[in-house]
Design a protein around this ligand. Structure first.
Ligand SMILES: [Zn+2]
Length: 381
């Protein structure tokens, strides 16, 4: 192959570090070393075993921050990989290795773009920041969720946040994400009375009790969605009841479920409606909830425009803006008032064995990121 580009070399170095979540394995210190040389201030804002890097250059407004993660999901069975998962391997036009697409390739692209911008414009307007965590793929409680309030408490307001998660579907830049659905987890416990199947009058079957409510929950239309979001979806992920014997009436049922919800519904309104359905069926029950992320939406504005134009200029076609996919750390930045847009590599192989990305896509992504920085910070002095 040709000599690797700067972006490619950096991606290789990151993939070599076995940073299975929540480990960082030296990725952030490598980036700190590079960025410090160019005059970036670099600070670790670590919580527990999670490493979080906050690096920035410049002091003015606005603040444009790139957001990413250095952790990766476990590689899975190493024998199923065509090459060792933590050995960056060039195979024709592809780079293979765990994290190539999600998202060390994009981290390399953003760092190289930031380096190029600052060396060309040392006195640029605004503040250019980089926020990285080693806890995105895991439970994500000690990562960006805690870094953003820490920055807010210091008076640092993030105006624009570009998340490098792999948003592209088939070709680089075909899709950007301008919002995400919320995610709400629930657990329902229904109480009955356990007994012998031959003596139903002495028992109260928890499955039979729950059945009507479950059917109603499944049939429910929670909202209609809107122009930018599909309707809220409800999925039962687990139901447990019974003791494994056919002659025992179960006295307890436990159900786990998840809402992916659009901004037409709120966590409160969904919780209340589930509660009402359980009451209407006269269940003896308990409900517990965990809100894993509020929905957010970034309307057309300076960041959406800069990203859209940069993609169109580099690749010849405007990206589609959508709100699909799972949650991302953008959910922790948007509530603080930032405009959040996600643009990254093609997500076709993420979390799979033999994860890969096109080598040339990493270079193009760095060019697009650089163009976004120029549009957002250069002329704003
Ligand atoms: Zn990711």
């Amino acid at each position: 192959m040709n000599d690797p580009s700067q972006v490619q070399s950096l991606a290789f170095e990151l993939i070599r570090r076995e940073s299975v979540t929540p480990a960082d394995a030296g990725c952030q210190s490598l980036l700190t070393e590079r960025l410090s040389r160019l005059g970036f201030q670099c600070e670790q804002i670590d919580f527990g075993e999670v490493l979080n890097l906050w690096a920035w250059h410049g002091e003015g407004e606005p603040t444009l921050v790139f957001l990413g993660h250095t952790d990766v999901v476990p590689p899975g069975p190493p024998g199923q990989w065509r090459s060792p998962p933590f050995e960056p391997t060039v195979d024709g036009e592809l780079l293979r290795g765990r994290g190539a697409a999600d998202m060390k390739g994009a981290v390399a692209a953003m760092v190289c773009a930031m380096e190029r911008f600052v060396s060309e414009n040392p006195d640029h307007a605004g503040r250019l920041g980089l926020m990285l965590t080693s806890d995105e793929e895991g439970i994500a409680v000690d990562g960006i969720k805690r870094v953003v309030p820490e920055l807010t408490s210091r008076g640092i307001r993030i105006d624009y946040c570009l998340v490098g998660e792999p948003s592209s579907l088939e070709r680089l830049g075909d899709t950007i994400r301008v919002g995400r659905r919320g995610s709400l987890n629930g657990r329902l416990t229904v109480h009955g009375v356990q007994g012998h199947a031959a003596y139903p009058d002495k028992a109260d079957n928890a499955i039979h009790r729950a059945a009507g409510a479950v059917a109603e929950l499944v049939a429910q239309q929670w909202d209609q969605g809107n122009e930018f979001f599909p309707p809220t979806s409800f999925q039962i992920s687990d139901i447990q009841a019974g003791v494994g014997a056919t002659n025992v009436i179960p006295g307890r049922l436990e159900m786990a479920f998840n809402f992916r919800f659009c901004p037409e519904s709120s966590a409160d309104s969904l919780e209340q409606r589930v509660d009402e359905i359980c009451q209407a069926h006269e269940l003896k029950y308990e409900l517990s909830w965990h809100l894993s992320g509020e929905p957010f939406f970034t309307p057309d504005g300076p960041l959406v425009e800069a990203v859209t134009r940069s993609v169109a200029e580099a690749l010849g076609a405007e990206p589609r803006a959508d709100t699909g996919g799972g949650t991302s750390d953008g959910r922790f930045v948007a509530p603080a008032g930032a405009q959040v847009v996600e643009l990254g590599l093609v997500n076709a192989t993420i979390h799979q064995v033999n994860e890969s990305t096109l080598l040339s896509d990493m270079d193009k992504l760095a060019d697009i990121y650089l163009s976004v920085i120029r549009k957002m910070l250069k002329g704003s002095a």
